[in-house]
Design a binder for this molecule. Structure first.
Ligand code: TTP
Ligand code: CA
Length: 355
């Protein structure tokens, strides 16, 4: 199964501010050089209808949006990562193995839990959709097939909120009419060469003489291309190695009171402790994440020698908080979080619980 969250950053922003619902929303990475220099990171489907798309210079997007009620917002990676992490955890629970491939995409091996049964697989997909919708108010597009490549092609096939199943016997029919440029992993340069030798569709590519393809692309790449055309892929779903673990929570009330914030940090650290043990992980960097009442996020970090000492997950954020409060005497916090990164996983390392 391949799962891809629909217009991820834009949808998250819509949920955070209900006033945006129904409007075209554009999320931007401002380069900071000049006002409006930078690129569009993503846009919701309403904005895409206007022609505003990922990768476009902000200036062009603003030109298209002129005189229209289009909302432009800066990216808030910290917040998107937090949402992403919750969704990945949720999906990991619903699969045998989960491989995260980007902030909003993952492959799920569901061979065992579905008992290789298509109806069961569809049930699992629907359950994942329902859970993500009820817990995060987000929709996802899902593709299911017998390998990663076709599952990915299938999740892209119907968006947003799609569910596409491509059984083994339907793979060829499903892929045949795709232009080669739309086959996942075939880029512009390769497409140009393929078009030059008269190959337009997956069907053309699949039928093209293998020897001739090898002369142009070399043996390995020729095989790769041929496999894509026929929907052959035997790469495994690899379990994810998390890069970081974090927990963020909302304070009972907006506050700059040291004790109230520390109380929350201790609560979050307990939660993190369980995950540290479960993942048998040690860490080198500890961060404090602060989100103030204007929703501005700041991260302060400290790096120490590799450890799995949970006490440090409390003591270091305490110090970092003291620093933050000194530097920002006029700010109140709405949310606070802790994060560990520079992780090392040890399959054999024993935690206190194991003894
Ligand atoms: P995508 O999954 O490519 O796009 P999307 O989730 O916004 O929309 P879709 O419904 O088509 O899946 O990328 C995931 C996030 O990655 C996206 O929300 C923003 C970010 N991103 C960029 O920052 N720059 C880019 O050029 C692209 C394509 C994505
Ligand atoms: Ca997406």
């Amino acid at each position: 199964m391949h799962v891809d969250i629909d217009s991820f950053y834009a949808s998250v922003e819509e949920n955070r501010n209900p006033l945006l619902k129904g409007k075209p929303v554009v999320i931007c990475v401002y380069s900071g050089r000049k006002e409006d220099s930078g690129a569009v990171s993503t846009s919701n489907y309403k904005a895409r209808e206007l022609g505003i798309k990922a990768g476009m210079p902000i200036i062009i997007a603003k030109r298209i949006a002129k005189d229209k009620d289009v909302i432009f917002l800066p990216v808030d990676m910290e917040y998107y990562r937090e949402v992403s992490e919750r969704i990945m955890d949720l999906m990991e629970e619903e699969s045998d193995i989960m491989e995260q491939v980007s902030i909003d995409e993952a492959y799920l091996d569901i061979t065992k839990i579905s008992n290789s049964d298509w109806d069961k697989a569809i049930e699992i997909a629907k359950k994942i959709k329902e859970k993500i919708y009820s817990q995060e108010d987000l929709t996802v597009s899902i593709g299911i097939s017998t390998n990663k490549f076709v599952a990915k092609m299938a999740s892209d096939f119907k968006k947003p909120n799609g569910l596409t199943i491509v059984k083994e016997e339907d793979i060829k029919k499903f892929l045949d009419n795709f232009p080669v440029s739309k086959l996942h992993g075939i880029g512009n340069k390769t497409t140009t060469v393929l078009n030059e030798i008269g190959i337009q569709t997956a069907k053309d590519l699949g039928e093209f003489d293998q020897k001739e393809l090898e002369e142009i692309f070399g043996k390995n790449k020729a095989k790769l291309l041929h496999d894509k055309a026929l929907g052959i892929d035997d790469t495994a779903v690899k379990p994810r190695e998390k890069k970081q673990l974090s927990r963020i929570g909302t304070l009972k009330k907006d506050t700059n009171d040291n004790d109230e914030i520390i109380e929350k940090i201790i609560e979050l650290a307990k939660d993190l402790e369980n995950r540290i043990k479960k993942n048998k992980v040690s860490f080198r960097t500890i961060s404090l994440i602060t989100i103030d009442t204007e929703l501005k996020t700041q991260t302060k970090s400290e790096t120490i020698p590799q450890t799995n000492d949970i006490q440090r997950v409390i003591s270091i954020p305490k110090d970092l908080l003291e620093k933050y409060l000194k530097e920002n005497p006029d700010k109140k916090l709405r949310r606070v979080g802790i994060r560990i990164s520079n992780l090392e996983f040890s399959k054999t390392q024993k935690t206190l619980d194991d003894f």
